[in-house]
Design a protein around this ligand. Structure first.
Ligand code: MN
Length: 740
């Protein structure tokens, strides 16, 4: 054998063994792909297989195995677990050849045609992700999403590739494991979720957790094993009467108990701070009906009726995704019922078609496309296209916005005419306006929700009917970015702000030129440079902009130009020192309340939405590319992520003494749902403490009450006294600061 390529010496016996394994894997692949194969396909797959074997023949994986095991396994996942056909199988077999071997894209195109070559090209462009800096990596993710609107099979093969890499992650070095696992949790699992590939999404999440939180993972896996017999008995007892009844009514069906994923159990344990034993919904019961066409919906509801005849349902937990499917195409009826032993159990009711759609997502969608109404998936792809049309300079932020949407729960909102609009949960009135039309968003000054006037920042609730109020003099405001959540609204607002800034700068330039003319001063490069240097600005248009918005005044300019030395500090001039720059309130007030440790030019900053810091909190600054510095609390839920990944972009920040300004802070209130509770709370807030409230939202569930308040306070002391006072309201059991 050619020993130059690999230092490992392999015995002839082992080589023979490996050759057999490769053939067996290949036969298994053909069996998996058989249902989709047409005449002549077998020959094509054979050719791709042989090309891949030849190309990778000297290569081995980190584990020491022949490299070819990997592309065959990826092809197997593509065929068996995603349900894709010949083209995708060929692409999976060849997915690493152009990147890692002598084979060129031209070779691939010659052998397998344009479509295959295009997909391989997409896959090749996406690889090499691991060695790039984080911003390049984000750019790559963005490219990946772009290809999603091109040929979605690129993403599907990529997901299969990632899944196999995760399954075989054990042989990698520790840091690589952590990096690949975080990436998987960060992007690939949400992507699989959005494409409706639930089984793959769950497995990716579980595998990521295995490496990111090994202790928790092992504990849950062990306890699931230990409690299996008990759980199985419970499930048997629960489904036996249902089975009998469904049979007697002539249904063809399958009914099974399905354990929740380790990841989702782990999430509950962490989020709700409870023990494994306290996670009540460790499994769900699923009824899968053999029902077709017009009968589907009706049959599901008949089964619902049977289930709830036996077990009383929780009326707050009925989810009907049959009448309005999720945007990724998911259809199912979910209800939570009370078992005789006093335990809530989730029951999912769906047809065979819906089940296949849920498990295999997109591929099944194509398969059934002819007989379903337009699924939300096309809509979603359309939305990605729209979002990508306004290229963001900062790909990382774009991905973050986008990722939020990948996982977001959906709400359904009605237009005044009664049209249904889907939005991610947490969307505000302004998101809705931008969703309808960007002009409507740009001119929006408020909204009527169910005929009541609310501010732009009002968080919409499922089923709200919304009418947008506009004004021609309205202008987009940087604060808007704090309360919109859809990628569409965010990118549009950023674009409008940029345009606005450009216009203002032009205006500022005119003012500057006129004043210089009147003062008989010449404008030249030296003059501009002197001013830029003095005000610590980078470009002339920044200077013009500051002039236009009156942050830099003419008196100061004249002083700078007439003196060689640095003029006296003035109130409305940006403070200058070697190590610190005082940041001014964005609202235009001149209160100086924050100091950023600084060797950087940018002083534009804002308080992060995720943790809404207020004076008194320990804070740090984080340099973003397009929004200046973001101030976060040290115990912000995102802090670990930011500090670990982008330590070099972190700057020190601290509050300066007494403030007259108010800051937005969030409070969570939990308690017993009582008629007087809301008036009690607002009494304390507006009358006793004279605090301004921006919003209050309340959820009641089974006699329990959970409220979210956004209030304006001066600092942590002020907030704490307010929280103490709220605790005295009748019915209130717990008051805590809102982190997210
Ligand atoms: Mn690969």
């Amino acid at each position: 054998m050619a020993s130059t390529a690999s230092p490992i010496v392999i015995s002839p016996e082992q080589l023979e063994e490996e050759r057999k394994t490769i053939l067996n894997q290949y036969m298994a692949l053909l069996r998996a792909g058989k249902p989709f194969m047409r005449k002549g396909d077998r020959k094509l797959i054979r050719a791709a297989f042989e090309m891949a074997v030849e190309a990778h023949k000297e290569m081995r994986r980190k584990s020491g195995e022949p490299y070819i095991y990997h592309p065959i396994a990826v092809a197997q996942i593509v065929a068996e677990e995603i349900g894709l056909g010949t083209t995708s199988i060929i692409c999976a077999l060849l997915h690493d050849t152009v990147e890692d071997t002598d084979i060129t894209l031209q070779d691939v195109e010659r052998e397998f045609g344009k479509t295959v070559a295009k997909i391989i090209d997409g896959l090749t462009k996406l690889s090499g992700l691991h060695n790039k800096s984080s911003s390049q990596q984000a750019e790559n993710f963005r490219k990946m999403l772009l290809t999603l609107t091109d040929d979605v099979r690129v993403i599907l093969v990529k997901l299969a590739d990632r899944l196999h890499n995760m399954r075989t992650l054990d042989s990698m070095a520790k840091e690589k494991q952590l990096k690949i696992a975080s990436e998987t949790q960060y992007l690939y699992a949400p992507l699989a979720h959005r494409l409706g590939l639930y089984a793959i999404k769950s497995e990716l999440e579980d595998l990521a957790m295995k490496y990111l939180e090994p202790d928790l993972y092992k504990m849950i896996a062990r306890k699931l094993r230990e409690t299996k017999a008990k759980r199985d008995k419970f499930i048997r007892d629960f489904i036996t009467p249902l089975k009998k009844e469904l049979e007697s009514q002539g249904f063809q069906f399958e009914i099974k108990g399905r354990p929740k994923s380790i990841f989702s159990i782990g999430n509950k344990i962490k989020k709700q701070n409870i023990s494994f034993e306290e996670v009540y919904d460790l499994f769900a019961i699923r009824v899968i009906l053999d029902s077709e066409g017009e009968q589907e919906k009706q049959d599901c509801w008949r089964v619902y009726s049977i289930v709830t005849d036996y077990y009383p349902p929780n009326p707050n937990r009925l989810r009907d995704w049959i009448s309005t499917p999720k945007a990724n195409g998911y259809e199912s009826l979910h209800t939570t019922v009370m078992s005789p032993s006093g335990k809530w159990v989730e029951v999912q009711i769906r047809t065979r078609r819906m089940d296949e759609l849920a498990e295999k997502g997109l591929a099944a969608h194509w398969k059934y496309k002819t007989n379903t109404a337009d699924s939300g998936l096309d809509e979603w792809l359309e939305k990605i296209r729209e979002a990508l049309e306004n290229p963001e300079p900062n790909a990382l932020e774009f991905i973050d916005d986008f990722k939020l949407q990948l996982y977001a729960k959906e709400i359904f909102i009605f237009t005044p005419k009664g049209d249904l609009i889907k939005l991610p949960g947490g969307s505000t009135a302004l998101d809705f306006a931008f969703e309808i039309h960007s002009d409507l968003g740009a001119k929006c000054i408020g909204a009527k929700v169910n005929h009541k006037i609310v501010p732009l920042s009002y968080e919409l609730q499922n089923g709200d009917q919304v009418e947008i109020i506009t004004s021609n003099i309205q202008k987009p405001n940087p604060d808007w970015l704090k309360f919109v959540i859809t990628a569409k609204a965010k990118s549009k607002i950023k674009q409008l702000l940029k345009e606005n800034r450009r216009k203002e700068a032009e205006h500022g330039k005119e003012i500057f030129e006129r004043k210089m003319r009147n003062a008989r001063l010449e404008i030249n490069g030296d003059v501009i440079n002197k001013l830029l240097k003095h005000f610590r600005l980078q470009y002339a248009h920044d200077l013009y902009y500051m002039i236009a918005i009156e942050k830099i005044d003419w008196v100061t300019i004249k002083q700078v130009l007439s003196e060689d030395g640095i003029p006296e500090k003035r109130e409305n001039r940006i403070n200058e020192s070697n190590f610190e720059s005082v940041v001014k309130s964005r609202s235009g007030k001149n209160d100086e309340w924050l100091v950023i440790d600084d060797k950087i030019d940018r002083i534009d900053y804002s308080l992060a939405n995720c943790c809404t810091p207020i004076p008194g909190d320990d804070i740090f600054g984080f340099i973003t590319v397009s929004e200046g510095i973001k101030i976060h609390r040290v115990n912000c839920p995102n802090a670990v992520d930011l500090l670990s990944k982008y330590g070099y972009r972190v700057v020190k920040a601290k509050w300066t003494g007494q403030q007259e300004v108010s800051f937005l802070a969030g409070i969570r209130i939990e308690g017993i749902d009582d008629i007087g509770i809301i008036s009690g709370i607002s009494q304390v807030i507006s009358n006793d403490l004279k605090v301004n409230m921006r919003s209050i939202s309340v959820i009641s569930n089974d006699g329990m009450f959970e409220g979210k308040l956004m209030v304006y306070v001066h600092d942590t002391r002020h907030l704490e006294s307010l929280m103490k006072k709220l605790l005295t309201v009748k019915g209130v059991l717990k008051v805590s600061r809102l982190d997210t």
